[in-house]
Write a protein that binds this ligand. Structure first.
Ligand code: ADP
Ligand code: ZN
Length: 616
């Protein structure tokens, strides 16, 4: 409501949010909205989408409407804005009638800069919200998580389809749609359905450089979740499993091992799910073990890892789920363990679903693309970005492949052996049995089917079973064979297998990592941890403790008071005055006034490194 252009926007960035400069396309988006233009913003998670509409809402006359799908999170978003001294409110069914009247009053008096709403609230006649807003000056309309309008997507929300009417109701208000979803088809769908085809597009790169990608093969080295988590005690994270049963079992195991771990899935009561989500948002170091029912709109910046104990459904889904890690820009991990059995189960789920054939075909292609990504022998980041149509030069140095390049070998002969064994077994068996036949294992199943008589029996004794599993996975990943869910995961050859079997083509395969022998085991790479030196540690802990107290008093998550990165900078630079504090990343005027002295006291109370502790 202050008025002014991009200079005023920069001032607000500094004085309210405590940041020195805009990032990426933020400034251009803000300029467009301030000028009254529409915008379509694609920015990776953590890129800073919120400021793109928050700052113009504060600068333009009237209130900025923010349409967001998850009412559970509005409370925290608004709380964070209030901490910054921004006049914000939300309207949803969780408010008591008296509170709703207060918000309506503030709206009528033009006191609000931002109002958060769920789409159904806005559009349903009986709530009277639209009528109320039509008497109010609207600064802009922001549609967050705009990919929810896409019927092909995994987050489809039917209510989003109704949002196209906003253009008619509020013709003067610039509109901005924001999403972190990467693919072009979804972009077009968003633009068409929200009537934003003429909007200016702002597309940022999708790289999340602070996320380290690691893929492990189930049963192979490094595939144990507990071992991955052990050095990460105290860090917040999400663990995804495919089934509810596994979610329950995993959560229990982790809880017994001393982690603050909790299950989350659609079978729990909504109260239990809400408690779990709140605990995750509010407390430090919580692990949620979940089916994919958890995560959409999780707005916690300090999630340090996202672990998948089973294969997700697509590269898109994987990108989005792992994107919940490290929104604060600090180092974070995306870890996955998978096996061919996961592919079988996911294929089965697609086949059994109610979707039409076209939809199923797309789902299968997406799953195949993910399997191929899991099995690649080059930089995962480059391959993932290539999948989204983005060019990434070189290798990232921050994925398992870059950090520990797998060896490759000419796999033509093993591949031929494997494929012909599948043919001899009449393409009716899964990888485990084929490997038994190849390795000459005299199992009950082998005997029952008379497979000792096959010409391929025992021709693969030269390779260990684990390597054969890797061959099988890679043949699927490279499209030479597919798993047939209708036949219980039988491996079936594709048309691509022919030239390979005839020797007209050769293939390069990844060598399966050998389990490291304990004596020669390399030290695991240090988990990305906050770069706090031993000297700074006590002060950092004291600052965190104070933050937790303040957060509990204000009933907000700790990061709403100050982010980790801000506390770390306090610990490193030890500002002695409020003025000096203002130079620290993330310290704006309102927070300085509210919390500055509390943290100054903590800093003053800490001993200076190297000095002896005062003797009492
Ligand atoms: P997104 O919605 O795109 O995932 P957010 O809007 O939540 O991202 O922003 C992610 C984090 O980055 C937040 O902690 C936010 O305060 C911070 N941030 C946003 N813009 C800037 C900036 N220009 N400089 C520094 N930090 C920023
Ligand atoms: Zn890499």
């Amino acid at each position: 409501m202050i008025g002014g252009g991009i200079t005023a926007a920069r001032k607000l960035l500094r004085s309210v949010f405590g940041y020195a400069a805009f990032r990426g396309t933020q400034e251009d988006v803000i300029r467009t909205l301030l000028g009254g233009g529409d915008a379509l913003v694609l920015m990776p998670t953590g890129g800073g989408k919120s400021l793109c509409y928050q700052i113009p809402s504060m600068l333009r006359r009237g209130v900025g409407l923010v349409v967001s799908p998850l009412i559970a999170l509005m409370h925290d978003q608004v709380a964070a804005l209030l901490e910054h001294g921004v006049a914000a409110a939300f309207l949803n069914s969780s408010l008591a009638p008296e509170e709703q009247r207060q918000v309506a009053g503030a709206l009528r008096r033009g006191e609000l800069d931002l109002l958060y709403l769920a789409p159904e609230r806005l559009l349903r006649e009986e709530t009277g919200t639209l009528a109320l807003l039509k008497q109010t000056e609207i600064a802009l309309i922001a549609i967050d998580e705009a990919h929810c309008v896409s019927q092909w997507g995994h987050d489809f929300r039917p209510e989003y389809l109704g949002l196209d009417v906003l253009k008619e109701h509020f013709p003067q208000a610039p509109r901005v749609a924001l999403t972190a979803t990467a693919d072009e088809a979804t972009r077009q769908e968003i633009a068409a359905r929200l009537r934003l085809t003429a909007a200016e597009r702002f597309i940022s790169g999708f790289d999340r450089p602070n996320i380290r990608y690691t893929v492990r093969m189930k049963g192979g080295p490094g595939a144990d979740l507990a071992a991955f988590l052990r050095p990460r005690q105290g860090q917040a994270g999400i663990v995804y499993c495919l089934s509810r049963r596994k979610v329950e079992a995993t959560a229990e195991k982790l809880a017994q091992a001393g982690f603050d771990a909790h299950p989350y899935h659609a079978g729990l009561s909504s109260a239990a799910r809400r408690r779990c989500q709140e605990h995750f948002q509010r407390a430090d170091g919580v692990i949620v073990v979940a089916t994919i029912a958890f995560g959409m709109g999780i707005d916690k910046p300090d999630v340090r890892f996202v672990a998948h104990c089973d294969l997700p459904r697509s590269v898109e889904a994987y990108y989005q789920e792992t994107g919940r890690a490290g929104r604060d820009g600090e180092p974070a991990e995306a870890w996955m363990s998978y096996g061919l059995q996961d592919v079988v189960r996911l294929r089965q789920m697609v086949d059994d679903s109610e979707a039409d054939e076209e939809h199923k075909r797309i789902q299968r292609a997406r799953l195949n693309a993910l399997v191929a990504w899991c099995e690649i022998a080059r930089c995962r980041r480059a391959a993932m970005l290539a999948y989204f149509g983005e060019n990434y030069e070189g290798a990232c140095g921050n994925c398992d492949i870059c950090l520990n390049p797998p060896r490759t070998f000419d796999g033509t002969v093993p591949a031929q052996k494997f494929l012909s064994c599948a043919v001899r077994c009449r393409q009716r068996f899964g990888a485990a049995h084929l490997i038994d036949v190849l390795r000459g294992n005299d199992t009950e199943k082998v005997r029952r089917h008379g497979h000792r008589a096959l010409s391929t029996w025992g021709i693969g004794a030269d390779l260990p079973a684990r390597q054969w599993h890797a061959v099988a996975r890679q043949l699927v990943a490279l499209g030479f064979a597919r798993v047939d869910a209708a036949r219980h995961g039988a491996l079936v050859l594709t048309s691509r297998a022919r030239p390979l079997m005839r020797g007209e083509q050769s293939i390069e395969l990844r060598e399966e990592a050998r389990a490291a022998r304990p004596a020669r085991q390399r030290k695991p790479p240090r988990p990305p941890a906050p770069e706090i030196s031993a000297e700074e540690e006590p002060l950092w802990e004291a600052l965190r403790k104070r933050r937790a107290e303040l957060a509990a008093e204000a009933r907000v998550p700790p990061y709403v008071i100050f982010h980790d990165s801000t506390l770390k900078e306090f610990a490193r630079t030890r500002p002695q005055t409020l003025d000096a504090m203002l130079d620290v990343h993330g310290v704006g005027q309102a927070k300085l006034e509210r919390y500055g002295s509390a943290f100054l006291d903590v800093i003053a109370g800490a001993s200076v490194p190297g000095e002896a502790l005062p003797v009492r």
